[in-house]
Ligand binder design. Sequence first.
Ligand code: BDR
Ligand code: CA
Length: 367
Amino acid sequence: RTPIWLDCDTGHDDAFAILLAARSPNVKLLGISTVYGNAPLESTTYNTRAILKAIGREDVPVYAGASRPLRRDAAHAADIHGESGLDGTYCLPQPTVLAHEQGALDAINAVLTAQPAGTAWLVATGTLTNMAMLFERHPALTSHIAGLSIMGGAIGGDFTDAPTGAVLGEGERFGNWTPNAEFNIYCDPEAGHAIFSQAKLAAKTVLIPLDVTHQFLATSTVRMGLLFGAAQSISPERTIADVSPHRRLFFEIATFFAKTYADIFGFKLGPPVHDPLAVVAAFRPDLFVYNDSKDPSASQAERFHVQVVTEGERGNTSEIRSEPSQCGRTVVTPAAPGQPGVTIPRGLDSQSIWVLIEGCLSRTDHA
Ligand code: BDR
Ligand code: CA
């Protein structure tokens, strides 16, 4: 089993990341740290505890982490996730186990260091403030972990076979918070810069940007599967009253997310469920598609240099969405074949990943 520590800002898609990490037979979930982001820290921590309660995993320790960026004021995504960070459901149970309010960074370091070297993954599905502080405080962790998997960033453009060093997606509009920036990176660009500018850490990092997550949609068929189970047909005898509370919870979460993504971004087929993909990248990298066409003999997937723009105007509300600021943009250039850098997949096997998620719901049914 792959040991994983999850760092998240629990909103709708983070909930799926928790489900996958907590209920996959191939994952040992070591703990969860929370960060401000989709909502203030108090809410993202509460939501995390409530999701763990809903799926019967309140044994997983939760640590509250950073409540604000390294050097800026916090931004929150209430228009996408609601004021609570997890609006749109009455099925969220009241958590019973408290979070640890202090010591997140030292706890992460101690727990990961206790795993055999080269085995444990850190998965970050919120802004990178906790991660930047962690590696600054505990630099030796870089050589101990197997990898760091991050949901964040937006690249843009068709970057197949882009030449080494070319800036990908230049001039296009591809972000979800501003035209240039994805929310997790935008929230704390200095933290993003701190992570990606450490060459040894970058070489162990997998980045799942919007370019990939926008290929993973909770279509209406997927949403019905969450409710009734993929293999079960919907019959008149089987009604919503028969559905287990956690299936109803995940259905309602996905339905709310579908509405905000349709209203704000015009996604008609369903919302992109970003965050579980960063968990999948840690324990099933084979479910992603990488471009190794440039050097078929290379023993590693294609690597990239990632720079985060920290200059430019930065607001704290979604009104910034129309602004042309470059702040929070991930500037991505392909590394020369065989050179170290961040791994960024290009595509994924959506159907197999939904099957993994269905397995987690079903195991929760029978727990
Ligand atoms: C990311 O931002 C958050 O709102 C989501 O939870 C996800 O981690 C997508 O840009
Ligand atoms: Ca998130």
